[in-house]
Design a protein around this ligand. Structure first.
Ligand code: GLY
Ligand code: MN
Ligand code: MN
Length: 441
């Protein structure tokens, strides 16, 4: 791992140590391999919190943070961060690839102390844990672990009721969510790169959109282009939804055939070094929007642009979401589609967006004021802005010419001290630009 990368992860561990405080200890378990079928497994993916703190991408690992330091055996030296990793195993490494091994952790990852993962049991015993006032654990993730990790955590679970009588036992997710809320310079660079890869790939793939082509082919091309451009993984399963399929928000089948006169809504993002992008655009399948499609598209585009304009520190994300619904309802009211503006929720079925970073839906902590959950934006937040309108074929109350249209326009926006930077600005979205880009020369 490069030095600046080591420094980044070390700085995250230091911040975490500050937040949990001196008399605490934190156990953060890494992910294990998940079985797909028979002896086939899903590709291994590290938990994002674990990655944030370590940069370590092997299964069956655990990180312990003890701000006051821990002594091992008769040694005088105290360690405040310990990484438990799989032992080296010549035979297994022939099959599964090289393991870092505890001997090399310090050099490779810059973490002070490392041990074989089987030894973590020594730390998880009652007599010892009662030395701390608070014990932090990533419970939600820990309970999903399989293989050997499941055996180690079993002991912890079995004695949890006793441990909990002597020390406050707390889930670490809340603190991690606070830590991950404002992105660092290094993270912003990765988010920019994920955006660049995604935009380049959309641009290459757009040319292949035409009547008669399967949605699945567009998905395959996008994923091919992501990997060709330097991405290791997709941020989430791409949504490639033509016609009414776009009205199913998390449509993942992608098994339709694109039809002349319909719209194709693509919602997809590349992942770059564990950081996610998330772009949605709606394309006319034959290269030209119809009058009605354009009318709806322009309303959604206005909501997207007006909301982005207003993004700056201190703005409430919830209020911005309401503002986007006002623009959408006003537009539909003018077109005569919506008689009662309060019914906008029937057609704009989701909120304005979400925080994004290591996870596509980054679970960051919200500001809480007066008992309400006001999400006040701060510099370093990265959010999506994704207004959409969806008219299913069974919506008999709206004119027929608008039915079967689903349009969403989504960008990724960084909140800065003075306002914002749209990280996906280079992705075309004006009607004339989209139509121009789709021309098959
Ligand atoms: N791709 C999921 C979302 O836009 O939230
Ligand atoms: Mn999306
Ligand atoms: Mn999104």
């Amino acid at each position: 791992m490069k030095n600046n990368q080591k420094k980044f992860h070390a700085s995250r561990r230091k911040e975490l140590a500050k937040l949990i405080g001196k008399d605490s200890i934190a156990f953060i378990f890494g992910n294990t391999v998940i079985n797909k079928s028979f002896d086939g497994n899903y590709q291994f993916k590290q938990f994002k919190n674990f990655y944030y703190l370590t940069g370590f991408k092997e299964p069956e690992a655990a990180l312990v943070i003890a701000p006051n330091g821990i002594k091992f055996g008769k040694q005088e030296k105290k360690y405040n961060e310990i990484l438990y990793v799989r032992p080296k195993d010549k035979q297994r490494e022939i099959w599964d690839g090289a393991r870092v091994g505890f001997e090399n952790v310090n050099k490779e990852l810059g973490i002070n102390k490392a041990l074989e993962n089987t030894r973590i049991n020594n730390l998880m015993n009652i007599a010892w844990l009662r030395n701390f006032t608070k014990v932090y654990i990533n419970f939600g993730e820990m309970l999903k672990l399989t293989q050997k990790s499941a055996q180690w955590v079993r002991a912890l679970i079995d004695s949890l009721n006793i441990i909990a009588a002597h020390a406050e036992v707390i889930d670490i997710s809340y603190i991690m969510a606070k830590l991950r809320r404002e992105k660092t310079k290094e993270e912003i660079e990765k988010m920019k790169k994920a955006a660049e890869i995604t935009i380049n790939s959309y641009n290459k793939t757009m040319k292949e959109i035409k009547p008669g082509v399967p949605e699945l082919k567009i998905q395959a091309l996008l994923e091919y282009n992501y990997k060709s451009e330097g991405s290791e993984d997709i941020a989430y399963h791409p949504i490639v939804a033509s016609g009414e399929n776009a009205c199913t928000l998390h449509y993942e089948l992608n098994n339709g055939i694109m039809k002349d006169g319909e719209i194709l809504t693509i919602d997809s993002g590349a992942e770059f070094e564990y950081y996610c992008c998330d772009i949605t655009r709606s394309f006319p399948i034959n290269g030209k929007f119809t009058k009605e499609q354009k009318e709806i598209y322009e309303i959604v585009l206005r909501a997207n642009k007006e909301c982005i304009k207003r993004i700056k520190p201190g703005v409430s994300f919830n209020k911005l979401s309401k503002f986007s619904w006002e623009i959408l309802s006003e537009g539909l009211f003018k077109l005569g589609i919506l008689k009662d503006k309060k019914k906008i929720g029937n057609y704009a079925v989701h909120g304005l967006g979400h925080h994004i970073g290591l996870d596509t839906h980054d679970a960051v902590q919200a500001e809480k004021k007066l008992g309400n959950n006001y999400e006040i934006l701060r510099p370093g937040n990265i959010i999506t802005v994704e207004p959409g309108l969806y008219f299913r074929n069974d919506m008999k109350e709206i004119p027929k010419k608008y039915r079967g249209i689903g349009i969403r326009i989504e960008d990724v926006v960084l909140v800065t001290k003075s306002g914002n930077i749209n990280l996906t600005e280079k992705m075309v979205k004006e009607v004339r630009d989209v139509e121009h880009m789709m021309k098959k020369d």
